[in-house]
Design a protein around this ligand. Sequence first.
Ligand code: LMR
Length: 333
Amino acid sequence: MKNVNALLGMLLLSLSATIYADPIVIKFSHVVAASTPKGKASEFFAKRAAELTKDKVKVEVYPNSALYKDKEEMEALQIGAVQMLAPSLAKFGPLGVKEFEVFDFPFIFDDTADLHKVTQGPIGASLLAKLEPRKIKGLAFWDNGFKSFSANTVIKTPADLKGKKMRIQSSKVLEEEIRSLGGLPQVIAFGEVYQSLSTGVVDGTENPISNFYSQKMHEVQKHLTLTNHGYLGYAVIVNKSFWEALPADVRGQLEQAMKEATIYANKIAQDENDSALEGVKKSGKTTVYAPTKEERMAFKKALAPVHGKMADRVGSDLLQSIYKETGYDPSKM
Ligand code: LMR
């Protein structure tokens, strides 16, 4: 008990020191390159936060796992070592908020318009509210894009991933996705993916192209197939006590900066992925294959059972409410 009190005391002290410091510093840690949609949006937020608060707030952005890797960054946020993160929605399971893994269901969104009905509407807001008991406040959803499979062998049919060790993020739904294709899922921190691919710890992976290209995975993966089979995006989150202890006017200005950064993030994401794809093609190191409609449908069918198997993990009601928004019909698979 004594230790807990001492720890709480230290935390409160560091919290008030951060808040009343001049300027107030917000450490924003993330794991991707500065050139990606998330990297650019976090810099945009930092700039607008400085402008709107007239330099009362300084947002320090640490990209590329420079401060923390996937798991560590969640812990760092909870203890107040950093104030802001934007982890991928696939990484909230270990925190106990399994519902976020609904975004990992294969083919659940046909396109960004479908997705935004969920992330920018009441379902998104109710998902962010689930973070509060974890001492985390969810501020926004930022897009990256749709994922494609890569490996060192050709991928045209679901059977082409059979027996392959595939790197995934820490999501049970993604684990089931790879198993449904006969592959072997391996959870690996994002910062270690390039090395794991280059040393053969895993054979392949799935990514939006912006991540694939900016981490130079095209140097270590010979084939990329544009399956667009699932979504990868982010929840921007802050340490709740820190956020609530901010002076109200400053918090309002930061909310405005976040609103603008969210519009910016979701506007640039597709273009960033398109230009990353051009980069991969130009490199000549990875063969990019665009599957036919029929080939893509074969992946959709092969991955449909993931929905039934994992419904309980995210909650059937939540899943049904998303189907209602997007029109995904499991009975037609
Ligand atoms: C991944 O681990 O593949 C992604 O979550 C990285 C990211 O933040 O986009």
